[in-house]
Design a protein around this ligand. Structure first.
Ligand SMILES: NC(=O)c1ccc[n+]([C@@H]2O[C@H](COP(=O)([O-])OP(=O)(O)OC[C@H]3O[C@@H](n4cnc5c(N)ncnc54)[C@H](O)[C@@H]3O)[C@@H](O)[C@H]2O)c1
Ligand SMILES: O=C(O)[C@H](O)COP(=O)(O)O
Length: 410
């Protein structure tokens, strides 16, 4: 069936080196206008580039503020080809009728594996030994070198990544304790602790797996670092805003902490050609990695397919299942109907005006789907109408006060 907006006219802009698997997924679905850019764009360039895009794909570095989104006149959906969505003003996107999708699982195993590797390296003092050998030094000694077996791992944020880290750590013989704001099923022999402070006081290795939220901002600062055991280790592969980096540098300099592994930073370079600046540079007992926790071939290939498939499904079929900022509907195919989408502010009267429009036009509704949240209503209407009738209905739907978007899908 002919689409009202042919796929070959839909412009897809993919930033930050999104995996080629995403391009292949769009191409297999019939999309041909796909532009792929290796890095994030500065705000002004971003604004001009997204003005023409219908679908935008980003990773963690592209800041989609309300101001930037205002320039995206044609944008129908955003895909975050990663887990975090804190880089997008989700409320602003919703208010513009733009659903945002992400990949909540695909890179979690990669992060968990890196964290376990780092815990072992830090417990053995390998970063310092490695640096010394590189400088021609040689200190063969067991001092400050420990097995992981029998040590206590404290996991802060026991979600998709935190649980996997816990399971892998138990397989090494570590004891796992965790702290989360939600009640969580403890896997294996892991134990929940009621307070963050208790976890900090008991753990030999503390690892952070919380999202960036107002509550997690600087959740590890001077006081929390002081509560950690002397000689303990800190791993952060969550978000740079979660740890007070200057306080961490100070705790390491004073020798209160024996080491750290940090993958995420309060300020990160926008691309591989920008310099990296951090108070942790030059500390031999700190593993520094350039936000690569989820950067494995396997994870990026899977994320490319997962997020591109969600974007294709929304664009082709209207389904918003697993959107992070939008009412969720999972829609069946209705090949013999025309499908109209209506996104509106959730204010009284809109739905009755939509239904009035169909009943007064004597147009039969084959199926109707509605989902709302506090701000936005999303209605999908499958009707027995020809192409001209559907186009006219879309124009009338668009004229209803409170409308954010109206589209004919097919
Ligand atoms: N370094 C990387 O490359 C990389 C890769 C993937 C994800 N991440 C980051 O890791 C984060 C966690 O990923 P996930 O898949 O495990 O997410 P998740 O949503 O499955 O788990 C997060 C957990 O943190 C808990 N939480 C939230 N606020 C908390 C608080 N104030 N105190 C304690 N617990 C709190 C939640 O209840 C949840 O259980 C992501 O949000 C992302 O920012 C980084
Ligand atoms: O949120 C995430 O999934 C991670 O931080 C990875 O982000 P990236 O895709 O920019 O590496």
């Amino acid at each position: 069936m002919k689409t009202s907006f042919p796929r070959q006219d839909i412009r897809v802009l993919l930033l930050e080196g999104v995996s080629p698997s995403a391009v292949e997924t769009f191409q297999r679905a019939g999309y041909s206008q796909i532009e792929r850019h290796p890095g994030a764009l500065p705000p002004e360039e971003l604004k001009s580039r997204i003005a023409e895009a219908h679908i935008l794909g980003i990773r963690s570095r592209t800041q989609l503020s309300a101001d930037v989104l205002q320039s995206a006149r044609r944008l129908i959906a955003v895909g975050c080809f990663c887990i975090g969505t804190n880089q997008v003003d989700l409320d602003a996107a919703r208010a513009l009728g733009i659903p945002v999708f992400n990949a909540p699982y695909s890179n979690t195993r990669s992060v968990a594996e890196l964290v376990i590797a780092e815990a072992i390296m830090l417990l053995r003092g390998i970063p310092q030994k490695n640096m010394l050998c590189h400088r021609g030094g040689w200190t063969k000694s067991a001092a400050g070198s420990y097995e992981a077996r029998g040590k206590t791992l404290g996991v802060i944020g026991y979600g998709h990544i935190g649980t996997q880290v816990g399971v892998l750590a138990e397989s090494l013989g570590m004891q796992v304790i965790f702290h989360d704001i939600e009640a969580k099923l403890a896997l294996g022999n892991a134990r929940a602790v009621a307070h963050l402070g208790e976890l900090l006081e008991r753990a030999d290795v503390v690892t952070l797996h919380v999202p960036e939220t107002p509550a997690t901002r600087l959740m590890i600062g001077v006081e929390e670092l002081a509560r950690m055991r002397p000689g303990a280790l800190l791993i952060n592969a969550s978000r740079g805003s979660v740890v007070d980096i200057d306080a961490l540098a100070d705790a390491l300099r004073r020798g209160h902490l024996a080491g750290a592994a940090i993958d995420v930073f309060p300020v990160e370079p926008k691309g591989n050609d920008e310099p990296f600046v951090s108070p942790l540079i030059g500390m031999d007992n700190v593993i520094l990695t350039p936000h690569v926790g989820g950067s494995t071939q396997e994870a990026q290939d899977n994320i490319g397919i997962e997020v591109a498939s969600k974007l294709v499904r929304y664009s082709d079929n209207g389904s918003t299942l697993s959107a992070v900022n939008f009412p969720e509907v999972s829609l069946p195919e209705h090949p013999r109907s025309r499908r109209l989408l209506h996104i509106h502010r959730n204010v009284p009267g809109v739905l009755s005006r939509i239904n009035e429009l169909f009943s007064s036009g004597n147009i039969n509704i084959d199926a109707q789907f509605l989902q709302t949240d506090a701000e936005v209503g999303y209605v999908v209407i499958d009707v027995a109408a020809d192409e001209t009738q559907a186009a006219a209905l879309k124009d009338r739907l668009a004229a209803i006060p409170g409308t954010l978007r109206a589209r004919v899908l097919y």
